[in-house]
Structure formats: structure tokens, C-alpha cells
Design a protein around this ligand. Structure first.
Ligand SMILES: [Mg+2]
Length: 165
């Protein structure tokens, strides 16, 4: 496998956050979850947390996982509101795939890269960035259908790549 395929390849591909096998993650030594917000946790036009997502986060905490939110969002108030609602640290303006958001997340969580998993819907940001920092990666299908042409192209590029890696 080429190195470009290696750095874009998620360790797991799932339909959504509810499909992830957390017992399996624990057995791999994963102790902390870094979560993308938009189109991973909640659809990007939605500002509120659904009971299902709230329960999902609560269950992860009960299982002993540490959580934090790492978003590229340019709306820090929205990100803070979501983090405060879920009672987890939340960072906006992450500039993923640059490593800073991942480094900050690992620091906030107090874990090593190999003890963390990144869950996100964007191959070129969440997955690429976390792979570069050697964090376990879980790619989820985006929650919102794309209508904006550049985003449609990006999703087509993701599909194309995923079929080859
Ligand atoms: Mg996203």
C-alpha cells in the first residue's frame, strides 16, 4: 500500500456513531475519544443535542471513556454550547488536518496518541489529521446530504479514495 493511501485510510468505517463497537475499542487500549461535531455528532445546521446523542455521550462516560470535541467550526459559541451541554471539553477553529487540534485534544484528555480514537466524517480533515498524529481513526458517514458543489466534489473524492484503500 502506498503511503498516501496509508495516511488517508481510516481504521474503521461505520454508518454512524451508534454503530461503533466500544468494547472492541477498549480491548485495543483506547481510553479517550476525540469527536468531530458537524455531521459526526449532529447535523451541521442543527444547534441542539438530541436525546439520543446525549444518551450516547453519557453511556461512553459511564463506560469510562474520556471525551473531547475537536471542531473546525468558525462558530466558537455554538461549539462551546454543545460542549457545555454535553459536559465535555470542546474546541473550535481546529484547522484539522493540521496537528494542533489533535495535540490539544490529547493534552486535554491526558492520553497518548495510541490511547485515543478520532471519530469524524471528513477524510481529508478528521482522518488524515489523526492518522498523521498516529491516533486510531473511525470514519462515519456524514449526516447531512451535500448540496454545495465543492462539498459534493469533496464527498466524491472521498468515495473514490475509499474504494481504493
Ligand atoms: Mg464534520
Amino acid at each position: 500500500m502506498n503511503s498516501w493511501q496509508e495516511i488517508l485510510k481510516p481504521n474503521e468505517i461505520v454508518k454512524d456513531i451508534h454503530e461503533i463497537d466500544f468494547a472492541q475499542l477498549k480491548s485495543r487500549g483506547i481510553k479517550a475519544l476525540i469527536l468531530d461535531i458537524d455531521d459526526t455528532l449532529i447535523p451541521r445546521q442543527v444547534n441542539d443535542i438530541s436525546p439520543a446523542v446525549f444518551e450516547w455521550v453519557t453511556t461512553r462516560k459511564e463506560e469510562g471513556f474520556k471525551l473531547c470535541l475537536a471542531s473546525n467550526s468558525r462558530h466558537p459559541i455554538r461549539v462551546k454550547y454543545i460542549g457545555d451541554t454535553l459536559e465535555v471539553p470542546a474546541m473550535a477553529l481546529g484547522f484539522k488536518p493540521l496537528p494542533f487540534a489533535f495535540w490539544r485534544s490529547l493534552k486535554a484528555l491526558g492520553v497518548k496518541p495510541e490511547e485515543a480514537a478520532m471519530i469524524g466524517d471528513q477524510l481529508f480533515m478528521d482522518i488524515l489529521g489523526a492518522n498523521l498524529v498516529k491516533i486510531y481513526t473511525i470514519y462515519v458517514k456524514h449526516l447531512t446530504p451535500e448540496t454545495f458543489l465543492p462539498r459534493i466534489w469533496m464527498r466524491q473524492a472521498e468515495e473514490w479514495l475509499l474504494n481504493r484503500i
